[in-house]
Design a protein around this ligand. Structure first.
Ligand code: AMP
Ligand code: GLY
Length: 424
């Protein structure tokens, strides 16, 4: 079997490493991949958003299956285009990827089908939005409608901050067209949980839960990032919470998408907040999370490719999806200055004994040397029988890796360790 994986980050590296466990897969191609992924797949320099290039490569090289991992190509219709050429895919079509591609679509869907989420108002007119803010409770949450590289959310503590957020999105267009429509939403509190799920449009099978750490610095300070580390399972996500989420959120979402004529097939990521009033959807993503994947897939005992094919063939209900009872911790090693300005081009040194724990996110190969090329550089994952051991092991591994300007959070998992002693 020849498989194509679209994408170039740590998430894609984790997917590729897991796919390699299936002996029927003889070749894996990463488009475009990165210098670290090159150890596990053939990297082809075709951008993840170059849909024509991806389809041409897949047909000319007779790919048997394609995994489209990032949100942009999914929203742009990569799966539709590949399927039109007869190539089976893992990932939603564009008409279902809109669940992430448009926050307004997601909000309207949740409203229509009674799926619990933060109360909100939607605006296309800046003056109306500014007038609304005068009476909106603080803090307030302001979101640009479309994809904004995970940065389209501003939590405003004061009226002035809220007004300037609305102006920067709707007038200055800091997120481009995504600012044509904005959402002003109720501020929720509670622990956040990421639940990635496999779904074939009929059946939904949640994967093990996880917790991301979005802020750049220790103690949840600094700017929001793509994610600085993860642990799994998430201790706040108890069996009772999981049951409630299945009944109130997961199944209703899958059924709603089917009822709208937009069956969702692929990985649906539920970003949840466990509020005092119950679980609420903060966001949907139409793809695996990054760096959630780097803790979830190492705990998957079943064969990933078999599950992906079951999703494609709509036979998920009769497919085993089993997770280990172990715990995982992933620490992201980033370039100092991420998520804004950072230098790159520094050599990365990873001892051989550590390599199997490393998912490469931002690195390139030059004359056989691995050099930093991105903000998030590596994800380092350890799996142990309990969470404290997984955290300790992950940090031991991190300390054996070196590159110029490296930085990482020192408290990944600290909040999860405290979970038992909090009220939630
Ligand atoms: P999103 O891009 O929608 O995931 O939002 C990014 C982050 O903003 C989330 O992970 C939350 O921490 C925070 N956030 C988003 N919406 C809300 C909300 N309604 N209330 C409180 N925090 C929120
Ligand atoms: N780690 C958050 C995301 O993948 O969107």
């Amino acid at each position: 079997m020849k498989i194509l994986v679209v994408g170039s980050g740590g998430r894609e590296h984790a997917i590729i490493k897991k796919l390699r466990e299936n002996a029927a897969i003889s070749e894996i191609y990463a488009l475009p991949g990165n210098g670290g992924i090159a150890a596990d797949a053939v990297c082809v320099p075709i951008a993840a958003t170059d849909i024509d290039g991806i389809v041409r490569f897949a047909t000319e090289n007779a790919m048997d299956y394609a995994v489209v991992a990032p949100d942009d190509p999914l929203v742009l219709g990569a799966v539709d285009a590949l399927e039109a050429k007869g190539i089976p895919c893992f990932g939603p079509r564009a008409n279902a990827a809109i669940l992430e591609g448009s926050k307004v679509f997601a909000k309207d869907l949740m409203k229509k089908y009674g799926i619990p989420t933060a109360a909100c108002e939607i605006f296309t007119d800046m003056d109306a939005a500014l007038r609304y803010l005068e009476t909106a409770p603080l803090p307030t949450v302001i979101k640009a409608d479309g994809l904004a590289l995970g940065k389209g959310v501003i939590i405003a503590q004061t009226l002035e901050e809220a007004q300037s957020a609305v102006r920067s999105m709707m007038s200055d267009r800091i997120f481009g067209k995504s600012g044509e429509r904005i959402i002003i939403e109720e501020f929720l509190t509670g622990p956040e949980v990421s639940v990635l799920s496999f779904t074939d449009g009929h059946t939904v099978v949640p994967m093990i839960s996880s917790m991301d750490h979005k802020r750049a610095l220790d103690h949840d300070e600094g700017l929001n990032t793509g994610g600085m580390g993860t642990i799994a399972p998430n201790p706040y996500y108890t069996g009772a919470v999981a049951d409630a989420c299945m009944e109130e959120i997961f199944l209703p979402t899958i059924r709603a998408m089917a009822a709208e004529g937009r069956p969702f097939k692929g990985c649906l990521y539920f970003g949840l907040m466990l509020t005092p009033k119950g679980p609420r959807v903060i966001e949907y993503n139409c793809r695996f999370g990054d760096p959630e994947t780097q803790v979830v897939l190492p705990l998957l005992k079943s064969d990933l490719f078999t599950i992906m094919q079951a999703v494609t063939n709509e036979t998920l209900s009769s497919t085993r999806v089993e997770f280990s009872s172990a715990h995982a911790c992933c620490v992201i090693m980033a370039s100092q200055g991420y998520p804004t300005h950072y230098e790159k081009g520094y050599e990365i040194t990873i001892p051989d004994s550590v390599r199997s724990h490393v998912y490469v996110a931002g690195a390139k190969l030059e004359n056989g040397r691995l050099l930093t090329s991105g903000g998030r550089v590596l994800g380092v994952t350890a799996v142990e029988n309990n969470l404290p051991a997984a955290i300790e092991h992950a940090y031991q591994l991190v300390q054996q890796i070196t590159f110029g300007n490296a930085f990482y959070r020192h408290d990944i998992g600290a909040r999860a360790l405290k979970a038992g002693s909090e009220e939630n």
